[in-house]
Structures are given as structure tokens and as C-alpha cells.
Design a protein around this ligand. Structure first.
Ligand code: PLP
Length: 241
């Protein structure tokens, strides 16, 4: 297959972006909220920086990268002034040093060790990193994240670290074609989010519930997501080389 030109991909993005914004607005409406309460974060793995910058020029404000190396490769060319870059993929402790000064949030916080390393490096630079605690909502061995029953204890253990600030929760539910089961995962996430918020712990804010991807973001919004992470529905299917 011939690779698409940038112009074709720009056009494809325009159409996809409009459609996604409409679907977000409709799902927000169905859940009694305004579309302004939902942040669209573009998952940009494998997407060339030219396309990403075009997307930013069209109004996209939040980007998420998965892998440290890819983030570093794109970083210098990225239009950082007009977007907020976040880490959404699993992060190894020994790689934190490469990204602490480059992202506004680590969404994939899943261990005390990682929390301590982020905090240590941020404190050294006199800054505070926003983090989301990743929840392994399906209790899958293949996925990162804190198991739901350990969530409160985990948060309590890291919340007073001075270089991080807990801003919410993130989850990637199991792949599942049954929307009812999927919604059960999302609504369980919302319940954890609400329960933790109700505890009013120092240095813990529940202002971001990041869940929902291309295949399921409307269901995630209907179940309380405040941020959805969308990749292939925005940029087209990923081509891995
Ligand atoms: C790739 C990715 C997404 C987006 O996935 P799509 O199905 O392409 O929308 C969201 N979150 C994370 C953590 C990802 O790695």
C-alpha cells in the first residue's frame, strides 16, 4: 500500500477531529455535562511530528506519548508552546530523568518506587509533577496499575511526597466487545474516584478521571470520564514499521 501524503493525513485528521468532538459533546450531553468538562488528549504514538503539529494548529491541546524514546525523538520539533504533553505509557524508574522536565503529567503512576523517583527528581528542580494513579481495573497480569483494593493505601503512601501531586486516576480496562461489561469497569472507576475524593486527603485532588480510547470513549464519558485518550480514531490506524 502506498503511504499517505501529509496532505491526505491532514485532511483525514480534520474530518476525524470534527467527528470526535461531536461524539464527545453528545456523550457529555447524555451524561448531563458540558463538552467543556471533557478533555480530549490525543494519543500520538507512531504519529509523525508534522501531523501532530498540524493537529495542534487546529486546536488540539493535549498530547500523550507512550514511550520515552519516542517522546524524546519528537520533543524538539514539537510545538510545545501550544500544547500540553503528558506521559501515558508505562514508565521505568530509570527513565524518569529523561522526561521530568518535558511532561506536565505522568498518567501511568503505578508503583511507590516510581512515585519516589519522580518526586525526588522534581524536588531537585523545584517543581511538582502532576500524576494520575493508574488502576488495573481488570486485574490483568499483562497490565500495569494498582489493583483497586490497594488504591487507598497506595495513595496514602505516596501523597505526601513533595515533588508530586496526585490529580486523579487513569485506567485501561480489558479489551472487551460487550459494552455492558465495559461500562461496569468504567463505572467502578468512577466510584473509586468519587470515594477517594470524599476522603479529602491532603495533597490529593480528584480532578481528572482519564479513561476511554478510540473504541470506547463515549461509554467512558457516560460513566464519568473527564479525559479521554484517543489515538487511531483521530490519526488513522497506526502503521508500525
Ligand atoms: C494508544 C493509547 C491510547 C489510544 O488508543 P486508540 O485505541 O488508538 O485510541 C490511549 N491510552 C493509552 C495509554 C495508549 O497507549
Amino acid at each position: 500500500m502506498m503511504e499517505k501524503s501529509f496532505n491526505e493525513r491532514f485532511q483525514e485528521f480534520d474530518e476525524n477531529y470534527q467527528a470526535i468532538k461531536e461524539r464527545i459533546a453528545k456523550a457529555a450531553y447524555r451524561s448531563g455535562r458540558s463538552h467543556e468538562e471533557i478533555t480530549l488528549l490525543a494519543a500520538t504514538k507512531t504519529v509523525p511530528v508534522e501531523i501532530i503539529n498540524y493537529a495542534v494548529s487546529q486546536g488540539l491541546t493535549h498530547l500523550g506519548e507512550n514511550r520515552v524514546q519516542e517522546l524524546l525523538d519528537k520533543y524538539s520539533a514539537l510545538d510545545k508552546e501550544h500544547c500540553d504533553l503528558q506521559m501515558i505509557g508505562q514508565l521505568q524508574t530509570n527513565k524518569v530523568k529523561y522526561i521530568v522536565d518535558k511532561v506536565s503529567c505522568v498518567q501511568s503512576l503505578d508503583s511507590v518506587r516510581l512515585a519516589k523517583e519522580i518526586s525526588r527528581l522534581c524536588e531537585k528542580e523545584g517543581r511538582v509533577m502532576n500524576v494520575l494513579v493508574e488502576v488495573n481495573i481488570g486485574r490483568e497480569a499483562s497490565k500495569g496499575g494498582v489493583v483497586p483494593e490497594g488504591l487507598t493505601e497506595f495513595i496514602d503512601e505516596i501523597r505526601l511526597l513533595r515533588g508530586i501531586h496526585i490529580n486523579g486516576l487513569m485506567a485501561i480496562p480489558p479489551i472487551c466487545s460487550d459494552k455492558k461489561i465495559l461500562c461496569r469497569y468504567f463505572s467502578a472507576m468512577r466510584q473509586y474516584y468519587v470515594d477517594i475524593k470524599a476522603k479529602s486527603m491532603d495533597n490529593v485532588d480528584m480532578i481528572c478521571l482519564s479513561m476511554g480510547m478510540s473504541s470506547d470513549f463515549p461509554e467512558a464519558i457516560e460513566n464519568g470520564a473527564t479525559m479521554v485518550r484517543v489515538g487511531s480514531s483521530l490519526f488513522g490506524a497506526r502503521a508500525y514499521h
